[in-house]
Design a protein around this ligand. Structure first.
Ligand SMILES: [Zn+2]
Length: 235
């Protein structure tokens, strides 16, 4: 027996914690992480879509109006597409957390809605993405820009959701690979980026957010959680 199926079997083990029956230990660990930080969540709150795009997101974080999907591995194109559809239809943030709750053991993909005209979007790129100019004039009607690096924009005809930075002004979303950090001043936890949030909503400390000792402590609780205690769920 290879190791991989054994790992998948562990991942899929139903786990009771804090009154919820999580479909996997991994989801329960992320719930421990949210609890350790006092982040309110609703598990499997509502499903969306239909057919192959039917989708029951793992968590809804009501205080920040954000959907969270937990994946053991980097998401597939279909999983990304489901996140995009949820983001643009609900006009809310969608975060895919792929991997274990521990620094450098997970990836964070952050989908957020945008509404720009092509001209406004070029202005946005120059102001907030620190792109001095678009070296090649955007082709009229082509509205998908793929970011390969902070200073480089590659224009493509289609949308491949696996690229780390995507802006699709036609469909009205952006996706970035981000980090979960904590602001040392206001204690907010999340993907801090004044290019995503209204800068006026961020304190000065938010721009210097990092893995604080409290955030590290939440990761440690999630990593060390034992679930033998059933629904009481004391980790
Ligand atoms: Zn702050």
């Amino acid at each position: 027996m290879s190791i991989l199926p054994a790992m998948l079997a562990i991942q899929a083990k139903e786990t009771r914690y804090n009154g919820n029956r999580f479909r996997s230990r991994l989801e329960a660990r992320w719930a421990v992480f949210f609890d350790a930080l006092g982040i309110k969540y609703w598990y499997e709150y509502q499903d969306y879509g239909s057919g192959k795009y039917r989708y029951l997101p793992d968590f809804y974080l009501p205080e920040c109006k954000t959907w969270v999907e937990i994946k053991p591995f980097w998401p597939t194109n279909l999983e990304c597409e489901k996140a995009i559809r949820l983001c643009v239809t609900e006009q809310q943030f969608v975060i895919i957390l792929a991997g274990n709750p521990w620094p450098e053991e997970y990836h964070t993909l952050f989908y957020h809605p945008i509404s720009y005209t092509p001209e406004e979007f070029v202005d946005h790129l120059i102001r907030w993405e620190r792109i001095e100019s678009l070296s090649k004039n955007p082709t009229p009607g082509k509205t998908v820009l793929h970011f390969r690096a902070a200073y480089q924009v590659v224009q493509m005809n289609d949308c491949t959701p696996l690229v780390e930075y995507i802006a699709d002004i036609g469909r009205g979303f952006m996706c970035r690979k981000v980090e979960i950090d904590q602001c040392p001043e206001c204690q907010r936890v999340g993907p801090f980026d004044s290019r995503i949030y209204d800068p006026q909503q961020l304190c000065y400390g938010c721009l210097k957010a990092y893995v604080t000792p409290r955030l590290k402590g939440a990761f440690t609780r999630a990593r060390q959680a034992r679930f033998e205690h059933g629904e009481r769920g004391a980790p």
